[in-house]
Design a protein around this ligand. Structure first.
Ligand SMILES: Cc1cc2nc3c(=O)[nH]c(=O)nc-3n(C[C@H](O)[C@H](O)[C@H](O)COP(=O)(O)OP(=O)(O)OC[C@H]3O[C@@H](n4cnc5c(N)ncnc54)[C@H](O)[C@@H]3O)c2cc1C
Length: 519
């Protein structure tokens, strides 16, 4: 009998598997898809010679995460690449707000636009220097984060005390207004906050915006050389070198119990595999509503799961371009990540519309120029590009009065046209450079990774009411479940979405701790 089965080979499953194998456990990973990696994979299906990341692309969270760093994946073949500039926000007048790794250079650009914003930018960087490491440590450990949390509290007085706490607690729109006068820093902060689904005028968005922006300033927005799947391959190589085994193309249909303890799993073909512990890199609803027998669920868990909230859906478009993007004004340094919106105000409205079930007429686009970032992604002189935007889980209305949210082939293509038109407006002639286009809507994303329910990319909303002690549900905010030996290891657990490995690491730590106690 194996010491542990890990269900799902996403980044969190593979981090958990590595942790347990490092401790000398025999570990079997079972993955439903023919390919491992979950939402960290690449493929060449869009156009011959082009590599596209099927889902995620940029990994500042992985680069900063103490969990991922401890795995030393560079020793297992991972090589990071960086674009000339971290991030560019492209306004409708063709001008750019730019963030580069050099903080002084970023500050200078903001100061050129609005006198004083440069110093304000450097003050924000200085605040991050004082609290950033502890904040990341606090976010990425199990709740409650006692050790790192105390470190953070100790450092706060020298980092501006309650004034700084208040600043970070602000909605990102208010934080930007408080610190800056120009539109550049506001757009960069708001765009980065919009990587999560927290409304940009709600508390929590400021912290998210500062976190992602300051990671851009410190570790950059790196990508794995050759494609996102190279990060997965490094995780798998490391795990298999310690004796770990991975089965692909096999879905786990149920978690088997013996009384109130886990006994193993049942596969889709009915066969059973026994294990002392099971770590589930599946969504919280999949674990509690499908993999566990309904009769095992305590009423309080059933009630709480009924209120679990998914984050919005996603439509992602991949393009193979025969040349680079013809931006009407070329930025001085080419950015890997591009935000497309007219203003921070427009982004705020767009995020609010999605939350209200309205399909935005002018969706906020998060885009990636991948060959700019990693020239190995496509033939010299071409560009492997993508953009995604969020859409409501249930569409009540289309602000443009065209679509229903049925997301059949025709609707997806028309919505992709709407997204592409936003780029075309800033890069006239973009359409003439398209060799091939692929559109992945909510259904296509979920078919490739069952955790992406309705195209949700975060394992559940990242809003305050489903974070910290409330993630995934009140009363079950640690990796432990109500079944002994069963742990939730996916992004549905604290601290949520993103490739940082923390939910997987937290689940593995909990399993190791209980094993030491003989539980
Ligand atoms: C379009 C998109 C863009 C993103 N962009 C970024 C980004 O740029 N940077 C970033 O940091 N994050 C990004 N994310 C988020 C990030 O990819 C996820 O938060 C992360 O992959 C979550 O990891 P996970 O291991 O919890 O789950 P997943 O990566 O979803 O992996 C879960 C795995 O479990 C498997 N599985 C599910 N059920 C079963 C079952 N019953 N039996 C066996 N196997 C099963 C699935 O097939 C899958 O392989 C993006 C996500 C998407 C979808």
């Amino acid at each position: 009998m194996d010491d542990a089965i890990v269900v799902g080979a996403g980044p969190n499953g593979l981090v958990a598997a590595n942790r347990l194998a490092d401790a000398g456990w025999s570990v079997l990973v079972i993955e439903q898809q023919p390919e491992i990696g979950g939402a960290v994979r690449h493929d060449s299906a869009v156009h011959p010679g082009f590599v596209h990341d099927t889902f995620s692309s940029f990994y500042p969270l992985a680069a900063a995460s103490p969990v991922m760093r401890a795995l030393e994946l560079e020793r297992w073949g991972l090589r990071w690449r960086h674009a000339p500039a971290v991030l560019g926000h492209c306004f409708d007048d063709g001008r750019w707000a730019m963030q580069v790794r050099d903080r002084e250079a970023t500050a200078q650009r903001f100061d050129d636009e609005h006198r004083g914003d440069g110093d304000a930018w450097l003050r924000l960087c200085d605040l991050w220097d004082r609290v950033g490491d502890d904040l990341i440590g606090t976010l990425f450990t199990s709740f409650p984060p006692v050790r790192k949390g105390l470190g953070l509290l100790r450092r706060l007085p020298r980092a501006g005390g309650t004034e700084s706490v208040r600043l970070l607690a602000m909605p990102v729109t208010q934080l930007a207004r408080t610190c800056f006068g120009g539109r550049g820093p506001a757009a960069v902060l708001a765009g980065n906050a919009a990587h999560a689904d927290i409304p940009l005028d709600a508390p929590g968005s400021g912290l998210m915006g500062v976190l992602m922006t300051m990671l851009g300033q410190t570790v950059g927005y790196p990508v794995p050389s050759g494609g996102a799947g190279e990060l997965t391959r490094a995780l798998a190589r490391r795990f298999e070198a310690s004796g770990g085994r991975i089965v692909r193309g096999t879905a786990v249909a149920a978690v088997e119990l013996q009384g109130r303890r886990v006994a193993g799993v049942r596969l889709a073909d009915g066969s059973r595999i026994a294990a002392r512990r099971v770590l589930a890199d599946v969504s919280a609803p999949a674990l509690y509503d499908r993999l566990l027998p309904p009769s095992s669920l305590p009423p309080r868990v059933r009630r709480a799961m009924a209120t679990f909230q998914w984050d919005p859906g996603t439509v992602k478009v991949d393009w193979a371009l025969d040349r680079g993007v013809p931006w009407s004004t070329m930025p001085a340094a080419a950015p890997g990540t591009v935000h497309v919106a007219d203003s921070a105000g427009e982004m705020t409205a767009s995020v609010a519309q999605v939350a209200a079930g309205v399909l935005p007429a002018s969706p906020f686009l998060l885009a990636g120029q991948m060959s700019t970032t990693d020239p190995d992604r496509s033939p010299r002189g071409t560009e492997s590009m993508w953009a995604y935007t969020h859409v409501p889980q249930r569409v009540h209305e289309d602000a443009a009065g065209e679509l229903t949210g049925r997301w059949d082939h025709d609707e997806l293509e028309r919505f992709a046209d709407r997204m592409q038109a936003r780029i075309e407006a800033r890069a006239p002639g973009f359409g003439t450079r398209v060799l091939a286009r692929r559109v992945l809507g909510p259904r296509e994303l979920e078919a490739r990774d069952a955790n992406l329910v309705g195209g949700a990319i975060g394992g559940g909303t990242q809003q305050l009411h489903q974070q910290l002690v409330f993630r995934p549900i009140p009363g079950l905010a640690r990796p432990e479940t109500f079944v002994r030996g069963l742990y939730l290891a996916s992004s549905s657990a604290h601290p949520g979405g993103g490739v940082h490995g923390a939910p997987g690491d937290n689940a593995a730590r909990a399993a190791l701790f209980h094993a030491r106690l003989g539980r």
